[in-house]
Design a protein around this ligand. Structure first.
Ligand code: PRT
Ligand code: ZN
Length: 300
């Protein structure tokens, strides 16, 4: 039996943009979970790991208060909370330990279409609507701009139309929301993606070993995302040229082909996607019988 105290608790967004990806990634690391009846916890069946399903804004706090060991949350939320904690006099009580390569967006300042923008000085003495008061203040201070953040908890993009602010500062991904509201991006304050954060409290060697294992598996899962296994036949004399054409490949395996003279079979893992153009170039270099397969798991 596993000791209940030795279970790892991971805070994950309950319902939102990060939820599906977060749980899917953990499942691809081998974790099987069942949801509790109240839908607040996912219990790990095959590993001593439980997921706490919460609002994303609560995740850094749960990790800094040591209620959860790890959290999966947007860097934008992490950095905003870090600034808040700093302002309250407690330095950030969590550390960022891994970038998850999903949930990409940026925190940007946007101006109404008609407004002339000549750089940050145009922000001087204006009002800027945002849910990210900490990050916005930080930007304004660093750039020596005097402007007033106006807190909006949601629907920030309508603030200029309501006459409540001159600019907005909000998350952007495709830019569609800005365009639909007659706004255009003028400054990028932060590039964000989902990250794993960990409590600063020492976890004890057993728990830390489990955290290290999860991170290693996450790394493996992300590495294979674009990776392909490529197999082909080629004349041995073309080996150097073919190696140079294989995108992001480490030393390929080269095997003789029975009864085929100079021709060999080459197998390699490519860390980047293999496009048609690459295959055509390989063929031009003398390769034949080209086969590209997806990679499911990888452990360096
Ligand atoms: O209920 P809970 O508090 O947990 O969820 P939430 O509503 O606060 O967050 P949610 O689910 O909307 O987003 C969670 C995280 O996803 C954010 O903290 C970001 O890290 C990340 N993310 C990635 C985004 C976006 N892309 C995004 N486009 N979060 C919000 N948006 C919004 C943005 O605020 C704006 O309203 O989408 C709109 C802009 O999108 P585009 O594509 O039109 O530019
Ligand atoms: Zn939220």
């Amino acid at each position: 039996m596993q000791h209940s105290t030795q279970r790892i608790k991971i805070a994950v967004q309950k319902k939102g943009r990060l939820t599906e990806h977060s749980i899917d990634l953990l499942e691809r690391c081998g974790l099987k979970v069942t949801k509790s009846k109240d839908q607040l916890i996912c219990y790990g069946e095959n590993m001593p790991i439980d997921l706490l399903l919460v609002r994303d804004d609560d995740i850094p706090g749960l990790v800094s208060d040591d209620v959860c060991d790890l959290g999966i949350v947007g860097l934008n939320v992490v950095e905003e909370k870090r600034l808040q904690l700093e302002q309250d006099g407690s330095s950030g009580q969590f550390k960022q330990i891994f970038e998850l390569q999903f949930g990409h967006c940026r925190l940007s300042i946007a101006a109404p279409d008609g407004l002339e923008y000549r750089g940050p000085e145009s922000l001087e003495n204006t009002k800027i609507a945002t849910s990210y008061v900490g990050l916005l203040r930080n930007y304004l201070t660093n750039n020596n701009i005097h402007a007033e953040p106006v807190y909006f908890s949601g629907a920030v993009e309508i603030a200029p139309k309501l006459g409540r602010a001159d600019f907005i500062c909000d998350l952007v991904s495709s830019g569609g929301t800005l365009a639909a509201n007659g706004l255009r991006e003028v400054e990028v304050l932060l590039q964000s993606e989902a990250v794993v954060i960990q409590t600063l409290e020492p976890l004890g060697s057993e728990k830390q070993a489990l955290v290290d294992k999860i991170i290693q598996r996450l790394d493996g899962v992300l590495k294979v995302n674009d990776s392909k296994y490529i197999m082909l036949h080629a004349p041995r004399s073309a080996l150097a040229e073919i190696r140079a054409l294989l995108p992001g490949a480490e030393a390929p395996t080269v095997m003789p082909l029975e009864g085929a003279g100079d021709r060999v079979a080459i197998h390699a893992v490519c860390r980047e996607n293999v496009f048609w153009e690459t295959l055509e170039n390989l063929k031009a270099a003398g390769a034949s019988s080209l086969l590209v397969l997806p990679v499911e798991k990888m452990l360096a």
